[in-house]
Ligand binder design. Structure first.
Ligand SMILES: [Zn+2]
Length: 252
């Protein structure tokens, strides 16, 4: 269950007081999407991940905390335009503004993630075109993070490749996605990550830009079951997957 309370925050940049919702606890039921977006209920708490000062427009996870260069960035034209960009949902604009602040500070991993969150906010409003632009921005920032040796995923490099592949695929950038995916597959990834990468490759080859959920592939036992049964398929319907999962669970 998600528990939320309202708290007053003093903007570090302009001193204005405003009330924002804070998540005390939440939970997830089910598998995350391939780009790591959590399942419900955490999925619906995104509005509390970012705050926007109603007075000066400073956007940050906590507007009472000062961040290097933020005071200057929020006065810039790029920031002001993004803050009120009518092509994006308001929540996506807040995430993108935070992404701009992080980018100027060369925090490319955080800047990339803020853009991914903006993409999810677009998905929720069916803003396909804006979501694609957010993903292209995220991929660009993650590539810069890689160049700078900044990690943007917890695991080994192949997990980063998986996230990047999924973001590029969902942004219609199939060629780039395939290059990164194939390169990662040759690098001796962990078995689960490898299966996810192979699944990504199939989706790229089918030019499928829809959201993919880890549940379709990550269940090691399900794969074992598939091998036992000689099943070669990589993509399943919900019903097929449910049946395979259930059989595997019954075995253990
Ligand atoms: Zn402010």
């Amino acid at each position: 269950m998600t528990q939320i309370y309202k708290k007053e925050f003093k903007c570090t940049l302009c001193g204005n007081l405003s009330t924002h919702e804070v998540i005390i606890s939440t939970n997830t039921l089910g598998w995350p999407d391939l780009d790591t977006r959590p399942s419900e209920m955490a999925r619906s708490t995104m509005y509390a991940w970012i705050q926007r000062c109603p007075s000066c427009g400073y956007c940050a996870p906590d507007i009472s905390e000062e961040v290097a260069k933020a005071a200057k960035v929020i006065q810039g034209n790029v920031y002001r335009e993004q803050l009120e960009n009518p092509d994006y949902p308001k929540l996506a604009n807040s995430f993108l503004c935070w992404s701009l602040i992080q980018e100027i500070s060369e925090q490319f991993s955080d800047a990339g993630w803020a853009s991914v969150h903006a993409a999810w906010a677009c998905d929720d409003r069916d803003s396909v075109k804006s979501g694609k632009l957010c993903r292209m921005r995220a991929a660009h920032l993650f590539l810069r993070a890689r160049e700078k040796g900044q990690k943007f995923a917890k695991g080994v490099g192949t997990e980063e490749a998986l996230i990047l592949t999924d973001i590029l695929r969902r942004a219609d950038q199939f060629e780039e996605a395939l290059t990164i995916c194939e390169e990662a597959l040759t690098k001796g990834a962990d078995e689960n990550v490898k299966k996810l990468l192979e699944h990504e490759k199939t989706l790229i080859e089918e030019q499928d830009t829809s959201v993919a959920n880890q549940s379709t592939i990550l269940f090691a036992k399900v794969f074992q079951r598939m091998e036992e049964k000689g099943i070669k398929k990589k993509v399943f319907t919900k019903e097929e997957l449910h049946a395979l999962t259930k059989e595997s669970e019954d075995d253990s």
